[in-house]
Design a protein around this ligand. Structure first.
Ligand code: ZN
Length: 440
């Protein structure tokens, strides 16, 4: 406890260029939507944001003994928020040559089987969290496996690192290998017990996690909806409208449903803080329904391209008012890097004759994700009192990035270089609750 008290009292200040968002910059880069300080100061106390503003203004207000950490040629911003990722798929990333359904069968399910072993689950969980930190991701919404051991192992590791994480046990009682199935009653009981154990513990939140409408029976979807009703502050995560073969299968299983999304809707699984991964093959009625319900999409650019499932339509989402965030979807996505995800999001916009402004991209990767998860008062922006999870992006991370950022005239140009050329090499420091946690 003595250590915690010391940290609680500790004041620290970080000096450098600072960027954070107050709202979605939209297509026109609304200047009121973000704050950029060329020579800024971020003051943290006890792991929370105590002040942010121009260095010249804030420096004289600080006690003389406060340590000032300088970050030249860098941009400080809130840590990235990845709203859809599978920690058990760390060891299938970069496997492929197949589309979604075969990829699951050939690579993912056999790997997920190993997570019944708590020692194995803990080892992968530790590697996974290191990888998130290396890439500047301080909050993520995480799929575990069907095994409750996989959830316990993950949350134990995240709690030990004091990270803000959301995760849940997969519910899956059909159309998957026998060895990975739960049952309606065991899935319900495990989810309830894990939720009661972990939701609100330290910085952790629980998400009710039906894998998909294909792999959960109607009875299991009903039970998930029942749990959601019983625990209104729990999050919900699942997959929807990712791949055309998958959608055709859903149509055969639920002929009465208007659409894939409508299946979840009919079981009460659409609401605020429900994250629907992919939402690629939606019609406008689906998008409008998402917007009405308060649920948010997770746009997974690397995964759209790597599995070849299709291209998320940002303009149609905006037209319908459907909120979306950015996610890596490891291991369907081929990178842990949110910077690479933003680069791929940019390319998907280009292929679709749309445009993703760099400012909006960084909003989506920080405050946009936090909002989707209902965590915007805790992370994703530098409001006073927010948790001090932040990263330092090095504008000289590689010779090429240094050369290109030196030639960039505006903030937007610099950000675009980081999206187009950047990855984990750009993230020079990661801080969680004001403490540096960077890994080698
Ligand atoms: Zn996924």
């Amino acid at each position: 406890m003595a250590l915690r008290t010391d940290i609680a009292a500790q004041v620290c200040a970080h000096r450098g260029a600072i960027l954070h968002f107050r709202s979605d910059p939209g297509a026109r880069d609304d200047p009121a939507s973000f704050e950029f300080l060329e020579d800024g100061l971020l003051v943290t106390r006890g792991g929370h944001v105590a002040a942010v503003g121009p260095a010249q203004e804030l420096l004289p207000t600080l006690p003389a003994d406060v340590e000032i950490v300088g970050h030249a040629e860098s941009i400080l911003m809130p840590g990235f928020v990845d709203t859809h990722i599978h920690y058990p798929q760390t060891d299938v990333i970069g496997s492929g040559g197949r589309q979604l359904l075969d990829w699951l069968e050939d690579y993912t399910f056999p790997t997920e089987r190993r997570f019944s072993d708590p020692v194995y689950a803990a080892a992968v969980g530790e590697f996974f969290l290191d990888e998130l930190i290396r890439n500047g991701t301080t909050t993520a919404m995480v799929f575990c496996t069907v095994h409750r051991t996989s959830v316990d192992a993950f949350f134990h590791s995240a709690a030990a690192r004091q990270m803000r994480m959301v995760a849940g046990k997969i519910l899956m009682d059909r159309n998957s290998p026998e060895y990975l199935r739960d049952s309606v009653s065991s899935g319900e009981q495990d989810s309830r017990e894990l939720l009661q154990k972990w939701h609100g513990h330290e910085r952790l939140s629980y998400a009710i996690t039906p894998r998909s409408a294909i792999t959960s029976s109607e009875a299991q979807l009903q039970s998930a909806g029942q749990l959601a009703k019983e625990f209104p502050d729990a999050l919900i995560q699942t997959h929807v409208a990712e791949n055309l073969e998958e959608i055709a299968w859903v149509r055969r299983l639920f002929p009465q449903a208007r659409s894939y999304l409508d299946v979840y809707d009919s079981y009460g699984l659409l609401r605020e803080r429900a994250i629907y991964a992919h939402c690629i093959h939606f019609d406008q009625a689906d998008r409008v329904r998402m917007a009405q319900s308060g649920a948010a999409a997770a746009f997974c650019p690397c995964s759209n391209l790597y599995l070849g499932s299709g291209l998320f339509d940002m303009a149609a989402a905006d037209d319908a008012g459907m909120p979306f965030s950015i996610a890596t979807d490891v291991g369907g996505g081929n990178s842990f890097s949110m910077l690479r995800s933003l680069g791929d999001a940019y390319k998907i916009a280009q292929l679709s004759r749309q445009h993703l402004s760099p400012l909006r991209a960084f909003y989506l990767a920080t405050l946009g994700g936090a909002r989707a998860l209902g965590l915007e008062d805790r992370v994703g922006q530098f409001t006073v009192g927010a948790e001090a999870d932040f990263i330092v992006l090095d504008l000289r991370a590689t010779p090429l990035i240094a050369r290109r950022t030196a030639q960039s005239r505006t903030l937007a140009e610099k950000l675009l270089v980081l999206m187009a050329l950047g990855d984990d090499r750009v993230v020079s420091h990661t801080y969680v609750l004001g403490r540096e946690v960077s890994v080698a």
